[in-house]
Design a binder for this molecule. Structure first.
Ligand code: PLP
Length: 392
């Protein structure tokens, strides 16, 4: 039987061999990192090494990295009215998010529903900076001068890279703090916390080849702190997140961060070439529409549709051929619902229902892209024949 072709790296990446080896070695270390004895200190050392690697991936400082259970928790932690720089006491009073954020950001963290405002995106899937500026000005005019703005660096469905540095400049000028969800961008494009100007940045281990269930929230400045942490407990993570650390996951995360940083430039070029090959094939032989095609995008992500083909059917048909892709966002797969990202971009519902995401990763080869194309072109003819009134 032919080997499976995994093209769903935005859902989760295959665990890197180096991360797997580091995590397995960490399993053999018994101490609680909070214990003062030698075993505890050994576990602590592993965590601090990993912290340095994760910080380096985004140009941050190790002491500003807070390990979490993943991107979702880091987003929930970041979206808090109860954060302050030095000795501020007033909570943040408004949350601005773009319409294409991950559900964990759209949920708004600990902001009450009525304090959350959504900023639209343009048809190419990028946050509308003029609308953001206008929203910030409206808040300032109402005397609400302490908003938090949360934007993703790259969208998980389309791969469209957002103008976060420009957005951060606008937000800071209006007195806002800025959180950037860099879960899909990290390791795929540059994401330096200082260059972007993010006050807080979210990462998720399993998108870069670490085990699932570990992530981080990274602060740009040590002075920023949470006055009421999301998870209170034993004071771990400098009081920012209670709970004994997931040593195994954190060590795997550190190893993966180090590896993706070392390979970044080479991987970016290789991935871009593979994606171009995939999209050229889709356009030439399958009349596919690629969403966000004219915007800057992650080198590994293609979201496409062919009018008349439903994504749910196509994903199952491809799976039977040994190929794993997803329909829209993997986080919402299993629930058949139109993509909020494509809806925000103004894509017609019928076409949006056909959106299929192929996302590539470090082990993806040309031969796998070609196998996907061959299967897709063959299957799409059959699937189109099944739709009344649509010619193959
Ligand atoms: N943010 C984005 C942009 C994502 O794509 C995801 C997961 O798909 C998350 C956050 C959540 O990360 P995790 O799966 O680690 O909770």
């Amino acid at each position: 039987m032919a080997e499976r072709v995994y093209l769903d790296w935005n859902a989760t990446a295959q665990v890197r061999a180096d991360a797997q080896a580091a995590a397995a070695a960490a399993l053999a270390v018994c101490g609680n990192p909070s214990s003062v004895h030698a075993e505890g200190r050994a576990a602590r050392r592993l965590i601090e090494e990993a912290r340095a690697h994760v910080a380096a991936l985004v140009g941050g400082e190790p002491r500003n990295v807070v390990f979490t259970s993943g991107g979702t928790e880091a987003n929930a932690m970041a979206l808090s009215p109860f954060m302050a720089i030095t000795d501020e006491t007033k909570p943040r009073d408004r949350l601005l998010v773009s319409a294409i954020e991950h559900p964990s950001v759209l949920a708004g963290g600990r902001f009450p529903r009525e304090a959350i405002e959504t900023v639209p995106v343009t048809a190419d899937g990028r946050v509308d900076l003029a609308a953001l500026e206008a929203a910030l000005a409206r808040l300032a005019a109402k005397g609400r001068k302490r908003p938090l703005v949360s934007l993703m660096l790259a969208n998980n469905e389309t791969g469209v890279v957002q103008p976060v540095a420009a957005a951060a400049a606008l937000a800071h000028a209006a007195g806002a703090l800025v959180h950037v969800d860099a879960v899909q961008a990290a390791g795929r494009i540059a994401c330096d916390i200082n260059e972007i100007g993010a006050d807080l940045m979210t990462l998720s281990g399993h998108k870069i080849g670490a085990p699932r269930g570990v992530g981080a929230l990274i602060k740009r400045d040590q002075a920023l702190h949470f006055t009421d942490p999301l998870i209170r407990g034993g004071g771990q993570e400098r009081g920012a997140r209670g709970g004994t650390e997931n040593v195994t996951g954190i060590v795997g995360f550190g190893a993966a961060a180090m590896a993706v940083r070392a390979a970044a430039a080479e991987e970016q070029a290789r991935m871009t070439a593979l994606r171009q090959r995939l999209e050229a094939g889709l356009r030439a032989r399958a009349q596919a529409v690629v969403f966000g095609a004219d915007a800057p995008r992650l080198p590994n992500t293609t979201l496409f549709a062919v009018a008349g083909i439903k994504a749910e059917t196509a994903v199952i048909a491809l799976d039977l051929e040994g190929i794993a892709v997803s329909s829209g966002a993997a986080c919402s797969s299993g629930k058949v619902q139109a993509s909020h990202v494509l809806a925000a971009m103004g894509v017609e519902g019928v076409l949006a229902q056909g959106a299929i995401r192929a996302s590539l990763g470090p082990t993806t080869r040309e031969s796998e892209v070609d196998r996907f194309l061959e299967a897709w072109i063959r299957l799409s003819k059959t699937l189109l024949k099944r739709q009344p009134g649509i010619a193959a």
